[in-house]
Design a protein around this ligand. Structure first.
Ligand code: GDP
Length: 194
């Protein structure tokens, strides 16, 4: 996919005009977000990998094939971030997610190797409570066997079905092994056409 960097914004108002479909990628820092974005568009250096965690408090817009925006949102959950920075993140991100008119879907990235983490669950619940469309994208699947993957998926199902009537749509991916990427692309293309 042809993708180019458009703009880094710190507020909703600074974002590019809301005139194209948009998808936001978000997750805990180190979840593999940059790697997934780069693997998805097939451009190694597009999103920067392994930046100082918690230091990228920007909403980054990339234009893909001149038709839609891929948005790289700053990660959450980095322990060394101050309370003030955390609050700033929350305000900026929640404002963007609630008010961005052309945002069709949020891709909530979750590290499949970890048991359900409180801040991931909290974030998914917040999306649900605000009726914001989202899917779960599990990352780093290559680190687990198929059996382990299934076990982890079940853990998340048990956890989330306490709160959601149905389990959200999800994708199991690996940036490293290019697993699940075609499926994810297809999903985005289909949304684009609606
Ligand atoms: P970000 O902070 O969410 O943008 O995460 P990065 O993309 O920088 O990745 C964090 C770490 O996880 C890096 O060391 C990556 O090499 C590693 N990583 C990311 N994606 C994968 C993957 O699909 N498989 C494996 N094994 N490691 C990954």
């Amino acid at each position: 996919m042809e993708a180019k960097f458009v703009k880094s914004s710190t507020t909703l108002e600074q974002c590019p005009p809301a005139n194209k479909p948009e998808y936001a990628f978000i997750g805990r820092s180190n979840v593999g977000k940059s790697s997934l974005i780069n693997a998805l568009v097939g451009q190694k250096g597009l999103a920067k990998t392994s930046q100082t965690p918690g230091k990228t408090q920007h909403i980054n817009h990339f234009l893909v094939e001149n038709t839609w925006y891929l948005v790289d949102l700053p990660g959450y959950g980095y322990a060394k971030v101050s309370q003030k920075e955390r609050e700033h993140w929350e305000k900026m991100i929640k404002n963007y997610l609630l008010k961005r008119e052309n945002l069709l879907c949020t891709l909530a990235l979750i590290d499949l190797r970890l048991p359900p983490q409180a801040n991931d669950i909290e974030f998914l619940l917040w999306l649900g409570q605000n009726t914001l469309p989202f899917v779960i994208v599990f990352t780093k699947a290559d680190k687990l066997s198929h059996l382990q993957q299934a076990k982890q998926e079940n853990l998340y199902k048990e956890e989330l079905l306490q709160y959601f009537e149905t389990f959200p749509r999800y994708f199991v991916t690996s940036a490293e092994k290019k697993q699940g990427l075609e499926e994810l692309k297809l999903f985005l293309y289909e949304l684009n056409q609606n």
